[in-house]
Write a protein that binds this ligand. Structure first.
Ligand code: GLN
Length: 311
Protein backbone atom coordinates (compact mmCIF):
# COMPACT_ATOMS: atom_id res chain seq x y z
CA UNK A 1 0.00 0.00 0.00
CA UNK A 2 2.90 2.35 -0.79
CA UNK A 3 3.91 3.00 2.80
CA UNK A 4 7.63 3.05 3.69
CA UNK A 5 9.41 0.13 5.36
CA UNK A 6 8.52 -0.77 8.97
CA UNK A 7 11.72 0.77 10.34
CA UNK A 8 11.20 4.00 8.41
CA UNK A 9 7.57 4.22 9.54
CA UNK A 10 8.53 3.63 13.19
CA UNK A 11 11.23 6.32 12.91
CA UNK A 12 8.69 8.77 11.46
CA UNK A 13 6.29 8.06 14.34
CA UNK A 14 9.06 8.50 16.93
CA UNK A 15 10.42 11.69 15.38
CA UNK A 16 6.99 13.30 14.94
CA UNK A 17 5.99 12.43 18.48
CA UNK A 18 9.19 13.96 19.91
CA UNK A 19 8.90 17.03 17.70
CA UNK A 20 5.40 17.97 18.90
CA UNK A 21 4.84 16.36 22.31
CA UNK A 22 5.80 19.57 24.15
CA UNK A 23 4.26 22.06 21.73
CA UNK A 24 2.75 24.87 23.83
CA UNK A 25 -0.79 26.18 23.47
CA UNK A 26 -4.34 25.09 24.19
CA UNK A 27 -6.06 24.03 27.38
CA UNK A 28 -7.76 20.91 28.70
CA UNK A 29 -11.55 20.98 28.36
CA UNK A 30 -12.83 22.32 31.68
CA UNK A 31 -16.63 22.21 31.30
CA UNK A 32 -16.55 18.50 32.23
CA UNK A 33 -14.79 18.39 35.64
CA UNK A 34 -13.00 15.07 35.00
CA UNK A 35 -11.36 16.28 31.78
CA UNK A 36 -9.78 19.26 33.53
CA UNK A 37 -7.95 16.86 35.85
CA UNK A 38 -6.16 14.75 33.18
CA UNK A 39 -2.38 15.51 33.08
CA UNK A 40 -1.83 17.90 30.15
CA UNK A 41 1.64 16.58 29.35
CA UNK A 42 0.45 13.11 28.34
CA UNK A 43 0.88 12.52 24.61
CA UNK A 44 0.82 9.67 22.11
CA UNK A 45 0.95 9.01 18.37
CA UNK A 46 -0.04 5.70 16.77
CA UNK A 47 -0.26 4.57 13.14
CA UNK A 48 -2.05 1.31 12.28
CA UNK A 49 -1.83 0.18 8.67
CA UNK A 50 -4.74 -1.29 6.72
CA UNK A 51 -2.89 -4.61 7.16
CA UNK A 52 -2.97 -4.26 10.95
CA UNK A 53 0.68 -3.35 11.65
CA UNK A 54 1.04 -1.05 14.66
CA UNK A 55 3.58 1.78 15.10
CA UNK A 56 3.38 3.70 18.36
CA UNK A 57 5.16 6.32 20.45
CA UNK A 58 4.47 7.93 23.81
CA UNK A 59 1.58 7.15 26.18
CA UNK A 60 -0.22 4.99 23.63
CA UNK A 61 -1.76 2.65 26.24
CA UNK A 62 -3.08 5.37 28.56
CA UNK A 63 -6.90 5.20 28.89
CA UNK A 64 -8.74 8.50 28.32
CA UNK A 65 -12.31 9.61 27.57
CA UNK A 66 -13.42 8.87 24.00
CA UNK A 67 -15.89 11.82 24.05
CA UNK A 68 -16.98 12.89 20.56
CA UNK A 69 -15.00 10.22 18.77
CA UNK A 70 -17.82 7.94 19.96
CA UNK A 71 -20.02 9.79 17.42
CA UNK A 72 -18.38 8.06 14.43
CA UNK A 73 -18.75 4.65 16.04
CA UNK A 74 -22.46 5.16 16.71
CA UNK A 75 -22.82 6.55 13.20
CA UNK A 76 -21.26 3.39 11.74
CA UNK A 77 -23.70 1.28 13.75
CA UNK A 78 -26.64 3.46 12.73
CA UNK A 79 -25.74 3.16 9.05
CA UNK A 80 -25.81 -0.61 9.49
CA UNK A 81 -29.25 -0.34 11.14
CA UNK A 82 -31.05 2.04 8.78
CA UNK A 83 -28.73 2.65 5.80
CA UNK A 84 -26.70 5.73 4.94
CA UNK A 85 -29.51 7.42 2.94
CA UNK A 86 -31.86 7.38 5.92
CA UNK A 87 -29.10 8.93 8.03
CA UNK A 88 -28.71 11.70 5.46
CA UNK A 89 -32.44 12.24 5.19
CA UNK A 90 -33.24 12.27 8.91
CA UNK A 91 -30.03 13.76 10.37
CA UNK A 92 -27.99 15.27 7.55
CA UNK A 93 -24.59 15.51 5.86
CA UNK A 94 -23.85 19.23 6.02
CA UNK A 95 -21.26 21.17 8.03
CA UNK A 96 -22.87 23.39 10.67
CA UNK A 97 -20.06 25.96 10.80
CA UNK A 98 -20.89 26.25 14.49
CA UNK A 99 -19.40 24.89 17.75
CA UNK A 100 -20.06 21.20 18.51
CA UNK A 101 -22.67 21.97 21.17
CA UNK A 102 -24.46 24.81 19.40
CA UNK A 103 -28.22 25.13 19.68
CA UNK A 104 -28.33 27.66 16.84
CA UNK A 105 -28.39 25.11 14.05
CA UNK A 106 -31.44 23.57 15.67
CA UNK A 107 -33.30 26.85 15.93
CA UNK A 108 -32.58 27.99 12.39
CA UNK A 109 -32.91 24.67 10.57
CA UNK A 110 -35.84 23.07 12.35
CA UNK A 111 -36.11 20.37 9.71
CA UNK A 112 -33.03 18.43 10.92
CA UNK A 113 -29.79 18.74 12.91
CA UNK A 114 -27.48 18.81 9.78
CA UNK A 115 -24.68 16.49 10.96
CA UNK A 116 -24.45 13.33 13.09
CA UNK A 117 -21.05 14.58 14.34
CA UNK A 118 -22.27 17.51 16.44
CA UNK A 119 -24.09 16.95 19.73
CA UNK A 120 -27.60 17.49 18.35
CA UNK A 121 -27.14 15.06 15.46
CA UNK A 122 -25.27 12.60 17.66
CA UNK A 123 -28.18 12.42 20.09
CA UNK A 124 -30.57 12.04 17.15
CA UNK A 125 -28.34 9.17 15.95
CA UNK A 126 -28.48 7.45 19.33
CA UNK A 127 -32.28 7.81 19.30
CA UNK A 128 -32.58 6.27 15.82
CA UNK A 129 -30.65 3.09 16.67
CA UNK A 130 -32.70 -0.09 16.83
CA UNK A 131 -33.29 -0.86 20.51
CA UNK A 132 -36.16 -2.00 22.74
CA UNK A 133 -34.93 -0.28 25.88
CA UNK A 134 -32.17 2.08 27.14
CA UNK A 135 -29.92 -0.75 28.33
CA UNK A 136 -29.99 -2.47 24.95
CA UNK A 137 -29.35 0.85 23.20
CA UNK A 138 -26.27 1.37 25.38
CA UNK A 139 -24.99 -2.23 25.11
CA UNK A 140 -25.16 -2.16 21.32
CA UNK A 141 -23.02 1.02 21.27
CA UNK A 142 -20.47 -0.35 23.76
CA UNK A 143 -20.25 -3.61 21.79
CA UNK A 144 -19.56 -1.64 18.58
CA UNK A 145 -16.87 0.44 20.35
CA UNK A 146 -15.19 -2.84 21.35
CA UNK A 147 -15.44 -4.51 17.96
CA UNK A 148 -14.25 -1.49 15.96
CA UNK A 149 -11.19 -0.95 18.21
CA UNK A 150 -10.52 -4.65 18.94
CA UNK A 151 -9.91 -3.16 22.38
CA UNK A 152 -11.05 -3.65 25.94
CA UNK A 153 -13.27 -0.55 26.00
CA UNK A 154 -15.05 -0.01 29.32
CA UNK A 155 -17.36 2.62 30.78
CA UNK A 156 -15.57 4.84 33.30
CA UNK A 157 -17.99 5.32 36.20
CA UNK A 158 -15.97 8.38 37.22
CA UNK A 159 -16.19 10.11 33.84
CA UNK A 160 -19.83 9.11 33.40
CA UNK A 161 -20.70 10.52 36.82
CA UNK A 162 -18.81 13.73 36.02
CA UNK A 163 -20.69 14.14 32.72
CA UNK A 164 -24.19 13.01 33.74
CA UNK A 165 -24.23 15.51 36.60
CA UNK A 166 -23.11 18.47 34.44
CA UNK A 167 -24.72 17.84 31.00
CA UNK A 168 -27.50 20.42 31.34
CA UNK A 169 -26.69 22.03 27.99
CA UNK A 170 -26.97 18.69 26.17
CA UNK A 171 -30.28 17.97 27.93
CA UNK A 172 -31.52 21.28 26.55
CA UNK A 173 -30.41 20.29 23.05
CA UNK A 174 -32.19 16.93 23.40
CA UNK A 175 -35.48 18.65 24.30
CA UNK A 176 -35.13 21.06 21.33
CA UNK A 177 -34.53 18.07 19.06
CA UNK A 178 -37.60 16.35 20.43
CA UNK A 179 -39.75 19.46 20.03
CA UNK A 180 -38.73 19.65 16.37
CA UNK A 181 -39.61 15.99 15.75
CA UNK A 182 -35.96 14.93 15.38
CA UNK A 183 -35.61 12.68 18.40
CA UNK A 184 -36.78 9.12 17.84
CA UNK A 185 -36.83 7.90 21.42
CA UNK A 186 -37.39 9.58 24.78
CA UNK A 187 -35.10 12.67 24.69
CA UNK A 188 -33.66 12.11 28.15
CA UNK A 189 -32.88 8.50 27.18
CA UNK A 190 -31.07 9.77 24.06
CA UNK A 191 -29.08 12.25 26.15
CA UNK A 192 -28.30 9.75 28.91
CA UNK A 193 -27.07 7.05 26.50
CA UNK A 194 -25.14 9.64 24.44
CA UNK A 195 -23.42 10.84 27.62
CA UNK A 196 -22.47 7.24 28.49
CA UNK A 197 -21.06 6.61 25.01
CA UNK A 198 -18.79 9.65 25.53
CA UNK A 199 -17.61 8.34 28.92
CA UNK A 200 -15.78 5.19 27.89
CA UNK A 201 -12.03 4.78 28.25
CA UNK A 202 -9.99 4.21 25.12
CA UNK A 203 -6.28 4.24 24.33
CA UNK A 204 -4.58 6.02 21.46
CA UNK A 205 -3.88 2.60 20.00
CA UNK A 206 -7.62 1.75 20.15
CA UNK A 207 -8.36 4.90 18.16
CA UNK A 208 -5.72 4.10 15.55
CA UNK A 209 -7.27 0.63 15.08
CA UNK A 210 -10.70 2.30 14.76
CA UNK A 211 -9.33 4.60 12.06
CA UNK A 212 -7.58 1.68 10.35
CA UNK A 213 -10.91 -0.19 10.25
CA UNK A 214 -12.36 2.66 8.17
CA UNK A 215 -9.14 2.70 6.08
CA UNK A 216 -9.60 -1.04 5.52
CA UNK A 217 -13.17 -0.67 4.13
CA UNK A 218 -14.94 -1.78 7.30
CA UNK A 219 -12.87 -4.83 8.26
CA UNK A 220 -10.96 -4.43 11.52
CA UNK A 221 -7.39 -5.28 10.40
CA UNK A 222 -6.35 -6.43 13.88
CA UNK A 223 -9.24 -8.81 14.67
CA UNK A 224 -10.13 -9.61 11.03
CA UNK A 225 -13.81 -8.97 11.79
CA UNK A 226 -16.02 -7.05 9.35
CA UNK A 227 -17.73 -4.52 11.61
CA UNK A 228 -19.58 -2.52 8.94
CA UNK A 229 -20.50 -2.95 5.31
CA UNK A 230 -18.10 -1.65 2.71
CA UNK A 231 -20.80 0.55 1.17
CA UNK A 232 -21.20 2.55 4.36
CA UNK A 233 -17.53 3.53 4.64
CA UNK A 234 -17.53 6.25 1.95
CA UNK A 235 -20.61 8.12 3.28
CA UNK A 236 -19.19 7.86 6.80
CA UNK A 237 -15.87 9.37 5.69
CA UNK A 238 -17.81 12.11 3.87
CA UNK A 239 -19.55 13.01 7.14
CA UNK A 240 -16.13 13.12 8.86
CA UNK A 241 -14.74 15.39 6.15
CA UNK A 242 -17.61 17.85 6.58
CA UNK A 243 -17.80 18.01 10.38
CA UNK A 244 -15.15 15.78 12.01
CA UNK A 245 -13.25 18.73 13.48
CA UNK A 246 -16.35 20.94 13.87
CA UNK A 247 -15.98 24.50 12.62
CA UNK A 248 -12.31 23.79 11.78
CA UNK A 249 -13.18 20.96 9.35
CA UNK A 250 -12.67 23.08 6.24
CA UNK A 251 -9.23 24.24 7.35
CA UNK A 252 -8.34 20.66 8.28
CA UNK A 253 -9.33 19.43 4.80
CA UNK A 254 -7.29 22.25 3.29
CA UNK A 255 -4.19 21.58 5.41
CA UNK A 256 -4.20 17.80 5.86
CA UNK A 257 -6.64 16.37 3.33
CA UNK A 258 -7.83 13.41 5.42
CA UNK A 259 -11.21 12.68 7.05
CA UNK A 260 -10.73 13.14 10.80
CA UNK A 261 -12.55 13.10 14.12
CA UNK A 262 -11.70 14.79 17.39
CA UNK A 263 -12.91 14.50 20.97
CA UNK A 264 -12.65 16.92 23.88
CA UNK A 265 -10.86 14.18 25.87
CA UNK A 266 -7.81 15.00 23.71
CA UNK A 267 -8.13 12.17 21.18
CA UNK A 268 -7.89 12.79 17.44
CA UNK A 269 -7.87 10.40 14.50
CA UNK A 270 -7.54 10.54 10.73
CA UNK A 271 -8.22 7.99 8.01
CA UNK A 272 -6.08 7.44 4.90
CA UNK A 273 -8.33 5.15 2.83
CA UNK A 274 -6.64 1.91 1.79
CA UNK A 275 -3.48 2.85 3.67
CA UNK A 276 -3.69 3.48 7.40
CA UNK A 277 -5.33 5.03 10.41
CA UNK A 278 -3.50 7.66 12.46
CA UNK A 279 -4.43 8.60 16.03
CA UNK A 280 -3.07 10.97 18.65
CA UNK A 281 -3.76 11.78 22.26
CA UNK A 282 -2.90 15.09 23.97
CA UNK A 283 -5.43 16.90 26.19
CA UNK A 284 -4.84 20.64 25.47
CA UNK A 285 -7.49 21.85 22.98
CA UNK A 286 -7.89 24.90 20.74
CA UNK A 287 -11.09 27.01 20.67
CA UNK A 288 -12.82 24.58 18.31
CA UNK A 289 -12.26 21.70 20.76
CA UNK A 290 -9.50 19.94 18.79
CA UNK A 291 -6.19 18.74 20.27
CA UNK A 292 -3.42 21.25 19.54
CA UNK A 293 -0.49 18.80 19.51
CA UNK A 294 -2.54 16.04 17.91
CA UNK A 295 -3.36 18.20 14.90
CA UNK A 296 0.32 18.99 14.34
CA UNK A 297 1.39 15.34 14.69
CA UNK A 298 -1.21 14.04 12.25
CA UNK A 299 -0.50 16.84 9.76
CA UNK A 300 3.20 15.94 9.87
CA UNK A 301 2.65 12.20 9.34
CA UNK A 302 0.15 12.85 6.53
CA UNK A 303 2.60 15.16 4.79
CA UNK A 304 5.59 12.81 5.18
CA UNK A 305 3.60 9.87 3.80
CA UNK A 306 1.89 11.94 1.09
CA UNK A 307 -1.56 10.85 2.31
CA UNK A 308 -3.65 13.89 1.26
CA UNK A 309 -6.61 12.34 -0.61
CA UNK A 310 -7.06 15.42 -2.80
CA UNK A 311 -3.53 15.29 -4.16
N1 GLN B 1 -19.45 14.60 26.01
C1 GLN B 1 -19.02 15.80 25.34
C2 GLN B 1 -20.21 16.73 25.13
O1 GLN B 1 -21.22 16.30 24.66
C3 GLN B 1 -18.35 15.47 24.03
C4 GLN B 1 -18.03 16.69 23.21
C5 GLN B 1 -16.81 16.56 22.33
O2 GLN B 1 -15.95 15.70 22.47
N2 GLN B 1 -16.69 17.52 21.44
O3 GLN B 1 -20.16 17.89 25.43
Amino acid sequence: NHLPSPSELQALVNDTYHQFRDLPGGENASYIPYLASVPSELAALVVVTADGDVYQAGDSDFGFAIESISKVVTLALLMEDVGSETVREKIGAEPTGLPFNSVLALCEHQDKPLSPLVNAGAMASVSLLKADNPEQRWQRILDMQRRITAGNVTLSEEINQSEQTTNFHNRGIAWLLYAAGNCFCDPMEACEVYTRQCSTLVTCKDLAVLAATFANKGVNPVSGERVMSRDNVAPLLAEMTMEGLYDYSGDWAFEVGLPGKSGVGGGLLAVAPGKCGIATFSPPLDESGNSVRGQRMIAEVAKALNLNIYR
